[in-house]
Design a protein around this ligand. Sequence first.
Ligand code: KG4
Ligand code: ZN
Length: 336
Amino acid sequence: MKILSIESSCDETAAAVVEDGREVLSSVIASQVEEHKLYGGVVPEIASRRHAEAIVPVVNKTLCEAGVTMDDIDAIAVTHAPGLIGALLVGVNFAKGLSLATGKPLVPTHHLRSHIASNYISHKELKPPFLCLVVSGGHSHIVMVEDYTKMKVIGKTRDDAAGEAFDKAARTMGMSYPGGIEMDRIAELGDPEAFKFPRPVVRDAPYDFSFSGLKTAVINLIHNMKQKNEEIPREDICASFRFAVVDLLVGNFMKAAEDYKVDKLVVAGGVSANSLLRKTLEEESKKRGYTFYKPDKSVCTDNAAMVGSQGYYEYLSGNIAGLDLNAAATLPIDYR
Ligand code: KG4
Ligand code: ZN
C-alpha cells in the first residue's frame, strides 16, 4: 500500500511516498529555517505563507521522485496536530482538497506519533510494545507505545521542552535558530563538568521533566559574565548545559524503564539527533540489558516520511477522516 504523506506543522513543508509503512520511495523537505533565523525563532504567519507557496511543488516533486502518479497512491496521510495552527491548516486543507479530487482516503496523523514512527523506517524489525523518549522542539514525553496506535504518556515536561531549552540557551550565547544543533557541535569542544547546572526534579512525579530552572541558570550565568566583561567560555557552557539536559532526560527515562519492566527502548524527535543523548542512551541501555533503537539522523527532525509510516498504521487501525477534518494546535498523543 502506497501512502502520500504531508507535513506542515512547523517550518518544514514536506511530502513523501511510503510503501507499507516502512519503505520510503521518496521524501522531499522544503525548509524555511533560513528565513526564520532572521527573527531568532519561527514566525507563525511567515511559516503559513511559505507552506502555501511550497506545498504544491513539494508534493509534485515527491510523486515525481517516487516515479508514481496519484493513481498509484492508496491513501493521503497528513499531520493534523499538534503544531502551529496556521501552518497545520495549509497541509490539512491541501490534503482534503486532494482527497476530494481523487477519492483517496484521508488519514489524520499525530505529529509526535510520526516522530516515533521514524524508527520504523530506520529499523524494519522494530515493533511495539516499547518505551519511547520523545524529545522535540515543542515536547518532551516518556511514552509507553503499547501498539502502533495505542500509547500512554508516562512522563512529560512541566514547562519548556528539551529542544526549546537548547534553543533558548543557545540564543543567549548568540547562536542562530535553531541553536540546539550548533550547541551540540560546540559542546564537543568543552568540559561537561566545568559548570554545575541544576538538575531539577518534579516532586511526586519521577518521570516528569522541568527545564525552565536550568534554562534560567544558564541565562543568569551568561548575563553575570557579560556584566563583569568576562569572556564567555562557550565551549564549557555548551558542554555543561548539554550534559545537564541529557542527564535529566536519561535519568528519568531509565527509571521509567526499570519501573515499567520493559526491555525495548526507543528515542525520537528532533533532539534525538543530539550526539551525547544518543551515546548516553546507547551506553545506559547496554549496561542494563535493554535493546535500544534510535532513528537515522536523516529522519530525526521534521519530515514527511515518518508521517507516511505512522499514517499506514493509523489507516490499518481505521483512523480515516471525513472532509470536515480540522487542525489542532494541541492534542494528546493518546487521544484515541
Ligand atoms: O522534532 P523537531 O524537528 O520539531 C518539532 O517537532 O519541534 O525538533 C526540533 C528541535 C529544535 O529545538 C532543535 O534545536 C532540536 O530539535 N535539535 C537538537 C539537535 N538537532 C535538532 N537539539 C540538540 N542537539 C541536536 N543535535
Ligand atoms: Zn517535530
